[in-house]
Design a binder for this molecule. Structure first.
Ligand code: UDP
Ligand code: MG
Length: 341
């Protein structure tokens, strides 16, 4: 039975050590969301922050029933925090945005407008980024490799600031893999996607937590979970080297029988050996990388562990409204699979 209930918009904010910026972000987010005319909830996923994020958020949650605070048991990384937020969000549309204020809430009406027009996903595309040329080059190369190797098109400057329709959220939630590279997953699930440009703001406080090491790891996860191209490249390299050595062998035979021997080529031999063992180690490394991923998946460990969830606490003591939606509270007595997060 289709019970008619008002449209709910969820905003999901992964936050790692953002206690300074969060209250500002949330207070600028609330008027924008309430101006849309829809019911809304804001889900903050605390990715194991060591600062006073918890105290700040519990204080805010006590004052604003539309807020929900989920704390992961440790730092699982942004991708895991986003996965947790997507699973928790109950909205008909879910908006993912950074908690540091770089994703301007003022873009939300535009995202919602595109969604109302029938797009199942709306990605915000960053126009200019204040990043070093090295980082830009790295990212660009990475997206080229991803596109070449997988058959999904990943918009390079569209990040995690996006609106996803319930259908898309359900599709992403249903994906079983543990190695989650969200951008790859958004692209893989497909759906009609609109792109809207935006200009990233400066961080409210603190600084980025993404180090070069983490970027490399994320890129590697992306490449090895969406493409088998590295494996293929290694095979091609192996083939090329084998053919070359075969040709070389013919040349040596020719030299031996036609021109007669001169000094035995020990240098050639040692260089050849070193080169070939290098190629073999590389190939083993690439295979090992895939084997490692298979191992991760085989362990079937969860992507994240929820240590605390204000909604569940509220459930224990009957009643307070979780979303600022009187109608949803009234609905709660009727069975409604959609509303159960
Ligand atoms: N973040 C997270 N877990 C992490 C690292 C970052 O949840 O391990 C969050 C962070 O709090 C922020 C968002 O992900 O809301 C983007 O992070 P950041 O601003 O550090 O990255 P950048 O803007 O440089 O891409
Ligand atoms: Mg940021």
């Amino acid at each position: 039975m289709e019970t008619h209930r008002p449209t709910l918009i969820s905003a999901v904010l992964p936050a790692y050590e953002e206690s300074e910026g969060l209250p500002i972000m949330i207070s600028s987010l609330m008027p924008v969301l309430s101006a849309t005319g829809f019911n809304y909830e804001i889900v903050v996923v605390d990715d194991g922050s060591a600062d006073n994020t918890r105290a700040v958020m519990l204080g805010l949650c006590a004052r604003h029933p539309c807020l929900r605070y989920i704390r992961l048991s440790r730092n699982f990384g942004k991708e895991a925090a986003l996965s947790a937020g997507l699973r928790a969000a109950a909205g008909d549309a879910v908006i993912l945005m950074d908690a540091d204020g770089q994703h301007p809430p003022s873009l939300i009406p535009v995202l919602i407008e595109q969604w109302r027009q029938g797009f199942e996903a709306v990605a915000a595309v960053q126009e200019t980024r204040d990043e070093s040329w090295a980082k830009r080059l790295f990212k660009r190369t990475y997206y080229h490799l991803m596109e070449a190797g997988s058959h999904v098109v990943i918009a390079p400057d569209a990040g995690d600031f996006r609106l996803l329709d319930r259908k898309v959220v359900d599709a992403i939630n249903a994906l079983p893999e543990r190695n989650r590279q969200m951008k790859g997953l958004y692209a893989w699930v497909g759906f009609r996607t609109a792109y809207v440009p935006f200009k990233a703001e400066a961080r409210i406080a603190g600084e980025t937590k993404f180090t070069w090491g983490q970027l490399f790891r994320l890129a590697f996860t992306g490449l090895t979970s969406f493409t088998v191209m590295p494996l293929r490249l290694v095979s091609v390299a192996g083939l090329v080297i084998s053919i070359t050595s075969l040709l070389y062998a013919f040349y040596l035979l020719f030299e031996h029988y036609v021109e007669g021997d001169h000094l035995p080529g020990w240098a050639t031999l040692s260089v050849g050996m070193m080169f070939l063992s290098g190629v073999q180690l590389l190939a083993l490394g690439v295979i090992g990388e895939y084997l490692g991923r298979t191992f991760e998946e085989a362990k079937q460990r969860p992507v994240y562990i929820v240590a605390e969830d204000t909604t569940q606490k509220a459930r224990l003591h009957p009643a307070p409204a979780i979303y600022d939606a009187a109608s949803r509270v009234a609905d709660a007595s009727k069975p409604d699979e959609q509303a159960a997060p």
